[in-house]
Structures are given as C-alpha cells and as structure tokens.
Design a protein around this ligand. Structure first.
Ligand code: ZN
Length: 186
C-alpha cells in the first residue's frame, strides 16, 4: 500500500486519454482511474513503448525481472506485438504501464494494426480503477503474488490460460508442506 505516495504524473510522464487519469491505488503504487463513464468495448488508452526486436526484448525482459526481484514490483513491461517485434512499455510517455493487474479485470489488452490498446471489457463507472490481466505464464510465478483482492483471486499474477496448471501446482505444494509438517511432529 502506498496511499501516502503523491497522486498524478511525474515530470516527463503523460496520460493522453480522455477516459482516465493517474492516481495512487489501494492495490499497488499508482493506477489509472476512469474520469468518466466508459462504455464497454471502448479503446481507453494505447499501451505505448519502444518497438524492439525479440533479442532486445529478451535482454530487457531479464533486466526488468532482476529489477522486479529487487523492488517486489510485477514490473515486466514487454508485450509481444507480432512475430518480429515486441513493445517495451517501460517509458514515461506510456501511462498505461501504471495499470494494475487483477484476476477479475474490467479491461483487456489487444493488438490492432501494430498498436496495443487497453479496452473496456464492460461498462466502467467514473472513479473505478482500471485493471487488465497481465497474462504472465507460470515461470517464476511465485515472484509475482497478486493482491487484487477480488473474490476469485488465484494468488499470483498469471494469465487465465494458466490457471488450471497453477491450481495443480499449488495443490501439489500444499500436499508437500502438509507432509513436511506431519514429519516434524513425528
Ligand atoms: Zn488476484
């Protein structure tokens, strides 16, 4: 929680969307919040960034992972754009990088004509925080705990496609821990 963190934008940052603005979030750091009622399917904000090659993305991805380990942020901002290019959204002009993850998001990211957009999955009320699912895979999932606080939170920042496998992993882990604690008692 960082409610005492100052709201709004830092020098060099921009939010070029009429639909939302940057404020401090109860979930994590700063977030984006609807400044007006947003109809379902609306393209809210472009996820901007540097267009980079797959090799460059690989390198920057690892650097961001290392940084995330130090800070505890789920701070990997590389998006797959197409077979050739990725987008690194870790740039001040990309306010969309501040959108938090949720297991029950009200937005989704999609690619349209070589641009990444964050769009409304449903009608969003003025003042609601915007969320999308970061869609991380299960590699290093334990380093990305989820604090979205929704009823169906799976506990880690992972894409829905990976949830069945995540449940299996968590169940297996629990079983091992139970066995270990039993052993200690014996
Ligand atoms: Zn969650």
């Amino acid at each position: 929680m960082s409610r005492n963190k100052k709201d709004a934008l830092l020098p060099g940052e921009r939010c070029d969307s009429k639909w939302c603005s940057v404020r401090s979030s109860g979930i994590h750091g700063r977030g984006l919040f609807a400044t007006r009622k947003i109809p379902a399917q609306t393209n809210i904000i472009e996820y901007k960034g540097d267009r980079i090659s797959k090799d460059e993305a690989n390198e920057r991805g690892w650097a961001q992972m290392d940084h995330a380990k130090d800070t505890g942020d789920a701070a990997v901002y590389i998006f797959t754009l197409n077979d050739e290019w990725d987008i690194d959204g870790n740039v001040p002009r990309n306010a969309a990088r501040l959108i938090n993850h949720s297991c029950e998001p009200n937005c989704e990211a999609f690619i349209d004509d070589d641009q990444i957009w964050i769009a409304a999955l449903r009608k969003i009320q003025k003042g609601e925080e915007l969320f999308f699912n970061y869609g991380f895979d299960l590699e290093n999932y334990e380093e990305h705990p989820c604090y979205c606080g929704t009823e169906n939170c799976v506990g880690y920042i992972t894409g829905e496609d990976f949830w069945p496998d995540l449940q299996k992993k968590l169940a297996a882990k629990k079983a091992t821990e139970t066995r270990k604690s039993k052993k200690k008692k014996d």
